[in-house]
Design a protein around this ligand. Structure first.
Ligand SMILES: Nc1nc2c(ncn2[C@@H]2O[C@H](COP(=O)(O)OP(=O)(O)OP(=O)(O)O)[C@@H](O)[C@H]2O)c(=O)[nH]1
Ligand SMILES: [Mg+2]
Length: 315
């Protein structure tokens, strides 16, 4: 029965690993699914049908590209903060406010620090996502990458997004302290995740979206979710790539027949499928370091300007 159902769904072949593929093609091995797995597969198939019929495609909006930032622009913007700081010092001195020097010195130190930050040679990448989305598992692989890719260092931070709808603090943290963001989901984009991505894209942050645990889906479902995701990503103010990965695909049970016709069952661990993600990070490291760092520093400059303005408004 199980085998018959599997055979009736040739689309399964691509997603079940080599052992199962052989089983389906040549009858040498047999992929074994228990009744729970089968029920999940059928429920998932029904869910897919429903999902496809309930959700119209989001119409793409005119893409507003984010202007790339050059180092010189950042330096000029940092320099332009000096008169604002001087103005703050004068106003606070005129008001004889306590601790003028301490405040102005602190802000000036931050301003100088931004110039140093432009020379940073470590790429800061955050892995953000909901609980249990595979962030730590992916971090392990990327940490290996930073050892093998000798060009630049890589600093990876895991950032857990809560299941609440607003992530403003986490997003502010990402924008101020990270050069790029890997955003992990394990299902179709929720409105909350799309809001996060919109916020990051609007700030000009480099983001890649990973649909992790792709092994939880049949290939047809996975493709449908990925397409839906990519359609929604095209509505963002700057392009964000969406890729399907599996950082720790669950083991699959295979049945092998020996020469005497005896069946032996064993569990096989499929290889992780993370190449689209590691390729993206390698590309950032090799080709985009100065640009991504300049973008981050520019966001920090804007934050410092807002801080100075706040002090001026309160003076
Ligand atoms: N099926 C499947 N399970 C996965 C995959 N990647 C990770 N997992 C499992 O998901 C669980 C959570 O993985 P973690 O890497 O700890 O996820 P996390 O996002 O760091 O989790 P928290 O830090 O607790 O929020 C573990 O049991 C992993 O084995 C995958 O590609 N497929
Ligand atoms: Mg974790």
């Amino acid at each position: 029965m199980v085998r018959k159902l599997l055979l009736e769904r040739p689309i399964l072949v691509g997603g079940l690993g080599l052992a199962a593929t052989l089983s389906l093609l040549g009858g040498v091995q047999d992929m074994v699914a228990d009744s729970t797995t089968l029920a999940s597969l059928m429920a998932a198939g029904a869910g897919l049908w429903w999902w496809r019929h309930q959700r119209p495609d989001t119409p793409p909006v005119a893409a507003k590209s984010v202007t790339p930032v050059e180092r010189e622009q950042v330096e000029a913007t940092i320099a332009a903060l000096q008169p604002e700081l001087n103005q703050l010092q004068q106003e606070l001195t005129a008001l004889q406010t306590d601790a003028v020097d301490a405040l102005v010195t602190k802000l000036e130190r931050q301003r100088q620090g931004l110039l140093t930050e432009l020379d940073r040679t470590t790429l800061k990448v955050a892995i953000a996502g909901y609980p249990r989305s595979g962030k730590s598992t992916l971090q392990t692989f990327l940490a290996e990458l930073s050892v093998t890719e000798a060009t630049s260092a890589l600093a990876i931070t895991e950032l857990a997004m809560t299941v609440e709808t607003s992530h403003s603090e986490a997003l502010a943290d990402l924008q101020c302290h990270q050069d790029a963001v890997i955003y992990l989901v394990t299902e179709d984009l929720t409105d909350s995740a799309l809001a996060d991505l919109t916020c990051l894209a609007t700030a000009g942050q480099r983001v890649i979206l990973g649909l992790n645990k792709q092994d939880n889906y049949l290939p047809e479902e996975r493709q449908a979710i990925l397409e839906q995701m990519q359609t929604r990503l095209r509505t963002l103010p700057q392009p964000i790539a969406g890729v399907a990965i599996a950082t720790a695909p669950r083991p699959i049970k295979v049945r092998i027949y020996d020469e005497s016709g005896q069946a032996v069952e064993r569990l096989e661990n499929p290889d992780p499928q993370i190449a689209p993600m590691t390729d993206a990070v390698k590309h950032w490291l090799a080709n985009e370091m100065p640009h991504l760092v300049a973008q981050t520093v520019m966001r920090q400059v804007h934050q410092l300007r807002r801080d100075i303005q706040t002090e001026l408004n309160q003076a």
